[in-house]
Design a binder for this molecule. Structure first.
Ligand SMILES: C=C(O[C@@H]1C=C(C(=O)O)C=C[C@H]1O)C(=O)O
Length: 364
């Protein structure tokens, strides 16, 4: 049912998003019944936000007008061809040069970390919704989505990274960095470089939230599995103070050193000058913004009518747009990156992006 309606909506070139939250069973869908472009101006809006990496550009909003929640029970069988998509030697050389330049810039400046990235274009006409179903099946712990707006583009992904989740005033976020390939029965031991790289992200998040929250708690870094990859991850939680809203949290957090670097502005300047392509929505963020949740409770059983009171709270659940791709008529454009520090090695960084690209290549 859901899939049929999604296909019809795409045929009519009308905006939609379908997404399944991390570890959830059901899929949520928002259909927009005209092709107007709604954007976010102050984060008091309510809807599904789709924000680019570059925070100076507008984030797109699909309002919660026509929503739908259900399970996809009959998955269409996708013919997994397991084609090998090898990137070119030229792409490898170019990426390693970019990494080398980032390492030298870090060594010669106050910059501690820069997250560089690349895109890889793959010819594929496989049905977009088959691809979405494959992402759902393969990555149950990821936030999996497919998003379309005729005036903006067509994207899909399976991200392991939360930007921030807010239930009323309580917020949770995560510090994610460091990448290894998962190997059965092999316990991973993280080295100093990886621990430092992740600590930069944790410190940044902690400092960004210090003035906006109380009861800030940061967990020890643990190994977090994301498909065939492992990352180092700490959970961070706190309570927003009364004058703070989700917009303040988002603008203070994004872009974090997990996808940009540290210090932010210097790392961003390097990225914009040296990557030489537009990240668009890769390393931006997406998800539910200010979804209203109404709860009714009875204070006093004797006089239910007068004593029942309603509380409405606003929840947001936002993810960083990683392990994602842009869909065109005959191409899948994958976006992949990794964090560089003074101790990085260009060849290993290349291999890391190759491993990350497999998350998407598996379903093409
Ligand atoms: C930048 C990406 O991933 C980020 C970078 C990581 C790293 O440098 O090890 C790990 C997880 C993500 O925070 C990506 O997947 O493109």
């Amino acid at each position: 049912m859901i899939l049929k309606k999604l296909k019809e909506h795409l045929d009519k070139k009308l905006p939609f998003v379908a997404y399944r939250k991390s570890n959830a069973i059901s899929v949520n869908v928002i259909f927009q019944n005209d092709d107007r472009l709604h954007t976010v101006s102050d984060f008091t809006e309510s809807g599904f936000i789709f924000a680019p990496f570059d925070a100076t550009q507008k984030a797109i909003l699909l309002p919660f007008d026509e929503t739908f929640e259900g399970e996809i029970t009959n998955f269409e069988s996708a013919n997994i061809i397991n084609e090998i998509y090898d990137p070119s030697a030229e792409a490898k050389k170019k990426y390693e040069q970019l990494v080398q330049k980032a390492i030298e810039t870090i060594q010669d400046s106050e910059i501690e970390k820069i997250v560089v990235s690349r895109k890889e274009e793959i010819d594929s006409k496989k049905d977009s919704f088959l691809l979405f179903q494959q992402l759902l099946i393969n990555y149950p712990t990821a936030f999996v989505y497919i998003w379309f707006h005729p005036k903006v583009g067509f994207w899909a992904g399976a991200t392991p990274e939360t930007l921030v989740s807010a239930k009323g005033n309580t917020i949770t976020t995560m510090s994610l960095a460091g990448t290894r390939k998962f190997q059965e029965n092999v316990a991973v031991s993280w080295n100093q470089k990886e621990l430092e790289e992740q600590q930069i992200v944790t410190d940044y998040i902690k400092n960004s939230l210090l003035d906006l929250t109380t009861n800030l708690v940061v967990s020890e870094a643990e190994t977090h599995q994301a498909g065939s990859l492992l990352h180092l991850c700490s959970m961070i939680s706190g309570r927003m103070t009364t004058t703070v809203n989700i917009g303040d949290i988002i603008t203070n957090l994004h872009p974090t050193p997990a996808i940009c670097g540290f210090p932010t502005e210097a790392a961003k300047t390097f990225i914009l000058a040296e990557e030489k392509y537009d990240r668009k929505f890769y390393a931006g963020y997406l998800g539910e913004l200010n979804k209203r949740e109404e709860t009714t409770r009875n204070r006093n059983r004797k006089n239910q009518e007068n004593s029942a009171y309603r509380t409405v709270r606003s929840n947001s659940e936002l993810y960083v747009n990683l392990r994602c791709m842009e869909l065109t008529d005959d191409k899948r454009i994958l976006y992949i990156g990794g964090g560089i520090t003074k101790d990085s090695n260009p060849e290993s960084e290349w291999q890391e992006t190759v491993a990350k690209s497999q998350i998407m290549k598996r379903v093409l």
